[in-house]
Each structure stands twice: as C-alpha cells, then as structure tokens.
Design a protein around this ligand. Structure first.
Ligand code: DGL
Length: 278
C-alpha cells in the first residue's frame, strides 16, 4: 500500500477532465494536479519547448513525492513520453494516447471511419494513427488539428455560438469529406466541449481518452502495489498562473465531490532557482 499522491499534469485546465474518473473509481487516492496555465497552449509550440516545459513539471511532481505521473495531455504524451520515462525511471509515467488507441482498436470494426482531432503538435506527431494502425491495421483514419479550440476553452468560452462556429469551422468539411463515424477527442480540453460536438453532429460516436486512461492507472497501481489505503486526504491543484477560470472550472468539474481541495500558484522558474516552498 502506498499513500503518496498521484501526479497529473497538463498545459492548463484540460487535464482536469481525467480527474473525476479517478476520484469516483478510487476515492482513497490523493491527487496533485499541475496546470501550466501561464504557458498554455502547448500544442502550437515547438517540440523542444514542449519537452522543456514537461520536464520541469515532471521534476516538480517527483520532488513533491508522487508515486505515479499521469500525463493528462495528448500533446505531451505524443511528443515526450519516452523522454519523461527516461528522466524518472523510478516513477511510472503514463501517457494518454495508448489507452485511447486500444479503445479505438477494440471497439471499431473494419468499416469504421475514425477521425482524430487534437492540437497541431499531436496531429503532426502522427502518434494516434501509428498506435491505432499498429493494433488494427485495416482501420480508416483521418486527423485534423483544431488549434483555436484550446484558447477558447481556457477562457471559459464553452456552451455558446462562438464555440459552435469554431467547431464547425474545423469539423463540417472534415467529417463529411472523410465520412467520419467515430471521433477521438485527442486533446484533454475537448471533453469540455463534448456536448457542443455531440449536439452539432448527433450521429458521431465519441471516444474520450480522458476516460480511457482510468483503466491504465488502475492496472499500474495494482501491478506496482501502489494503491492507497489511508482515509481521504487533500487534493492539491497547482497552476503556474492561478486564474479565476481555472479555479471555477475545478469547482465545476468536481462539484460531485466533498473532498478537501487546495489551490496553489507556483512560479516554476522561482521554484527551480530558489526552491520556493510549494
Ligand atoms: N490539453 C492538451 C492536450 O491534450 C494540450 C492543449 C494545448 O496546450 O495546446 O493536448
């Protein structure tokens, strides 16, 4: 048994969409979440920049005693998973692409037309098609980057006309042209606009990687004998720029819980240089 927390991280608030699944399934586990809100979005940045930011966050989580790191970000998972694992060989590091690819391969028949939406970096990496085709070579896959969605979501512009128009700008032609019937939300921000997408295209079957990663977390905890046994502790949510929207979104996403939650602003530069107390 191991009562250390599980570390989650993302470029911003998107990775929060993974958290409720874990809290519901494993209520004894404590979470440290890091959202790099000061530097979001990652998806339009160079891979070298994404890597450098991700290393800093993983170091921070490890220094704060996590027993497992969940990369709650498709952009980071598709570009730096191997590097993060190599940097912290003593801590299991889980990416989000593989569990979602397994869900696609398991549930989609040979006549399915699968669409992947994600950030520029995720789409450019080709991580989803590679992984899915490795598991199920006959599947038909098309993908498109939707870079304007994350900034709108980080601003809290969700259920309204601007968001719907932006979704249609990217998806109307893409879905029709490729005859997509199954859509993978290849960015952890997108479950926050799942309702919009489903309303605009009710025939679509949606696969949400934020949900699919739960099984991998459970398997990893079990394999490494890492399940917590203690009574509920406090969940800590760090942000590199603790905005009102970030706090509101956490309250909204976790409204079903009665857990203790703490919010903390952390300047990673200062933390690295001066060892700022978290
Ligand atoms: N939520 C992230 C993802 O899953 C990153 C979004 C971004 O920062 O561009 O890809």
């Amino acid at each position: 048994m191991d009562n250390r927390p599980i570390g989650f991280f993302d470029s911003g608030l998107g990775g929060l969409t993974c958290v409720p699944y874990l809290m519901r399934a494993l209520p004894l586990e404590r979470i440290i979440y890091f959202g790099d809100t000061a530097r979001t979005p990652y998806g339009s940045k160079a891979v070298s920049t994404i890597r450098a930011f991700s290393m800093e966050i993983a170091d921070f989580l490890v220094e704060n005693g996590v027993k497992l790191i969940v990369i709650a970000c498709n952009t980071v998972s598709s570009t730096c998973l191997a590097e993060l694992r190599a940097r912290h060989p003593g801590v299991p590091v889980l990416g989000i692409i593989s569990p979602a690819a397994h869900a696609v391969a398991k549930t989609c028949g040979a006549d399915s037309h699968i669409g992947i939406i994600g950030t520029k970096a995720t789409i450019r990496s080709d991580a989803y098609p590679r992984k899915i085709l490795h598991l199920s070579p006959a599947l038909d896959i098309a993908q498109i980057a939707c870079p304007a969605l994350v900034p709108l979501i980080e601003e809290g512009i969700l259920q309204n006309e601007i968001m719907d128009l932006t979704i249609r700008y990217y998806l109307d032609h893409f879905l029709a042209y490729n005859r997509i019937d199954t859509l993978v939300l290849g960015c952890t921000h997108y479950p926050l606009i799942r309702k919009n997408i489903q309303k605009l295209y009710p025939y679509l079957r949606i696969i949400d990687p934020s949900e699919e990663i739960l099984q991998s977390i459970q398997d990893t905890l079990e394999r490494n004998v890492l399940f917590a046994a203690a009574e509920k502790g406090e969940h800590v949510f760090y942000a590199s720029d603790l905005s009102e929207n970030f706090v509101n979104m956490i309250h909204r996403i976790l409204e079903f819980t009665n857990f203790d939650i703490a919010f903390k602003n952390i300047d990673l530069d200062r933390y690295r240089k001066e060892g700022q107390a978290p």
